[in-house]
Design a protein around this ligand. Structure first.
Ligand code: HAM
Length: 423
């Protein structure tokens, strides 16, 4: 038996319905925020990711799916969405002719060669947003409000918003130097990965899961002590705007995030329900005022976040969040023999075009088995088409709940069902 690749999963049945419900809610929310929907390829030229800005992160150095196509091109399955949206923003010259800020949202599969565990997959889906062209902290606060409002709309309660700031380039450099000085005498105490991080990007040491309980980690210098006045003010404004929206948050000074492109605000929302598991970060993001330039575009600020759909769906399941899923179909159409199938499919097609949810018998079941199947499909009405019905055009319609039977001219079926189903 062929099995799905390690770190992937199938969705079907009720889980499929739930996912579609959540996606629809996201689509509606993004409309309210006036964000534009973007789609970009799931594979990109490898050099979009394998370059300076990303080369110090595990996601790019250890986890990308890189391959050559038959034309010998170097391609990479995207490990995240931000780089692709920035590429598209630059390639389509949106900085010149688009609305400012350009506000984009996307949803699609991402690929990381990680060690699979609960909440961590090799193919997973992210819902993300990116906004370009404004340094205003209003936009940072708006971005944080998106996942918070989505969770509110869904009825998810056990969440915690963690925020921090890395500041502008000057603040980041000051902080970087302070970290180098602080960690240099303690290098022997750090794990092998952190020793590497010390050389390439000391900020990432704070993000280490292995060393996180060490005292030297807990007492490490804090970003907020190295901020320039501008960076301080930016962060104060973000906090003020979050308060204006009644969004609760905690400041976590060790929050630096796994990707290296961030400046100023960084944030994560975690599921704070006990026992949720170690992969409890539902979403994360922040500001990245240098990334567009690093990817060969004009100097343009950016801010965004991405949310793992799998972790969101698990959190909803964990909290037993009810969703208004469609459990019934409107109509089940039965033809009594081969001769009535043409009329049955005509009626079925017509009803579907008029907005009804309709299924039919495709298996030549006898009447008894058809009634059983109708129950299994939770149908509200059954339409039975025999020789007589086809000849006269008068259909036999049965209410599957009350078992009442009606004789309705086929021209009046839509009106009849409209009336009955509203009842
Ligand atoms: P990230 O923190 O790498 O950020 O991923 C964002 C979210 O994607 C995580 O919080 C998590 O929910 C989900 N996620 C990541 N890896 C996996 C995995 N292997 N399996 C399941 N879920 C996963 C980014 O990707 C940035 N591009 C976010 C961003 C957008 N920053 C600014 N704009």
């Amino acid at each position: 038996m062929i099995q799905k690749p390690k770190g992937t999963y199938d969705i079907y049945g009720e889980d499929g319905k739930k996912l579609l419900y959540v996606r629809e809610l996201i689509e509606g929310l993004m409309e309210k925020y006036n964000y534009e929907y973007f789609e970009t390829p799931i594979f990109e030229s490898s050099n979009l990711f394998h370059r300076g800005a990303f080369e110090t992160t595990d996601i790019v150095t250890k986890e990308t799916y890189d391959f050559k196509d038959r034309g010998d091109r170097d391609l990479t399955l995207r490990p995240e969405g931000t780089a692709s949206i920035v590429r598209s923003y630059i390639e389509n010259k949106m900085y010149g002719n688009h609305t400012v800020p350009t506000k984009a949202w996307y949803m699609g599969p991402m690929f990381r060669y990680e060690r699979p565990q609960s909440g961590r997959f090799r193919q997973f889906t992210q819902f993300g947003v990116e906004a370009f062209g404004s340094e205003d902290p209003l936009l940072d606060a708006e971005i944080i409000s998106i996942p918070v409002n989505l969770y509110k709309l869904l009825g998810l309660k056990g969440i915690k918003v963690n925020i921090n700031t890395l500041g502008d380039n000057e603040s980041r450099n000051n902080y970087r130097n302070a970290l180098i000085e602080y960690f240099r005498p303690h290098l022997d105490e750090l794990c092998e990965d952190c020793k590497e991080r010390f050389k390439k990007n000391p900020l990432r040491i704070l993000d280490c899961k292995v060393d996180s309980d060490l005292d030297i980690m807990k007492n490490a210098p804090r970003t907020i002590d190295y901020l320039t006045d501008y960076s301080k003010e930016h962060f104060e404004k973000v906090k003020e705007y979050l308060k204006s929206m009644n969004i609760d948050y905690e400041i976590n000074t060790n929050l630096v995030r796994g990707l290296d492109y961030y400046t100023h605000t960084v944030f994560e929302v975690e599921a704070s329900v006990e026992g949720f598991g170690s992969q409890n970060v539902l979403c994360g993001g922040g500001r990245y005022d240098n990334l567009v330039e690093t990817l060969d575009g004009p100097k343009t600020s950016g801010v965004g976040f991405a949310m793992g759909m799998e972790r969101l769906m698990t959190a909803l399941q964990y909290e037993n969040v009810e969703m208004p899923l469609i459990k019934n179909i409107d109509c089940y159409v039965i033809s009594m023999s081969e001769n009535e199938k043409d009329f049955a499919i005509h009626i079925t097609n017509d009803l579907r075009l008029n907005g009804f949810i309709v299924d039919m018998d495709y298996c030549n079941r006898n009447l008894k088995n058809n009634f059983k199947n109708a129950d299994k499909l939770n149908t509200k009405f059954i339409i039975i088409i025999g020789e007589e019905e086809k000849k006269s055009g008068i259909l036999t319609i049965k209410n599957n709940q009350t078992k009442e039977e009606y004789k309705i001219n086929h021209d009046d079926v839509i009106d009849f069902l409209d009336e009955k189903i509203v009842e």
